[in-house]
Design a protein around this ligand. Structure first.
Ligand SMILES: [Zn+2]
Length: 204
């Protein structure tokens, strides 16, 4: 998860070595991910991992409206002392995460490129200066990312695309959809926490 808790790069020395899969003659450490990492339902945000891939797709498609509703009448730059990003920053992370995974699945569909790696979400956040992005622009970008995602991921699910992640192992397109849905819902929860904190500590 993002901003201190991470989906793409779990904390160093942390959750990455709980189990392995056979790789030739050797067992190599694997990164825990998905429901295995967060719990089902997620211990933090309560997300129940959908069995039906179509339900995961719908959860992603709902994200722009849900973030937009949550931020209606808000500044979008509120802060929580325990979280690295403001609400607009979380929206931008969800946007980039959807773009990254849709792109990976597009690579598999269009070019047979199934070998994928993680990406450094915190480096990306710094490069794009998430906390400085205008909240309305962040929401606009999310809408575009979900539109592009929806043009690729359901088709990849239908075609039963399977990515080969370098630390997670095989990742079906439907698993990607579930993970992406969880990422969005988890960060809705983060934004609610930020806003609740702000409500309790109004600016002078
Ligand atoms: Zn969660």
């Amino acid at each position: 998860m993002a901003g201190f808790t991470t989906v793409e790069q779990p904390a160093a020395g942390g959750s990455g070595t709980a189990h392995g899969i056979a790789g030739g003659l050797a067992w190599r450490p694997m990164e825990r991910w998905g429901a295995d990492l967060y719990g089902d339902p997620c211990r933090d945000c309560g997300f129940a991992w959908p069995r039906d891939p179509g339900a995961a797709v719908r959860r992603v498609e709902e994200l722009p409206a849900r973030f937009s509703d949550l931020l209606a009448g808000r500044d979008g730059r509120e802060r929580h002392p325990e979280l690295a990003w403001n609400p607009a920053g979380y929206v931008s992370h969800v946007t980039d995460n959807l773009r990254a995974w849709a792109e990976r699945l597009a690579g598999a569909r269009l070019a047979g490129a199934v070998a994928v790696t993680g990406y450094d979400q915190d480096l990306l956040a710094r490069a794009r200066r998430y906390n400085d992005i205008a909240p309305a622009a962040a929401l606009w970008s999310l809408e575009g990312a979900v539109h592009a995602w929806a043009r690729c991921v359901p088709a990849a699910i239908e075609e039963q695309v399977v990515l080969r992640h370098d630390t997670r192992g095989p990742q079906r397109a439907e698993d990607v959809a579930r993970n992406n849905a969880h990422d969005g819902v988890h960060h809705l929860w983060d934004v609610r926490r930020i806003l609740a904190h702000t409500d309790g500590h109004p600016r002078p």
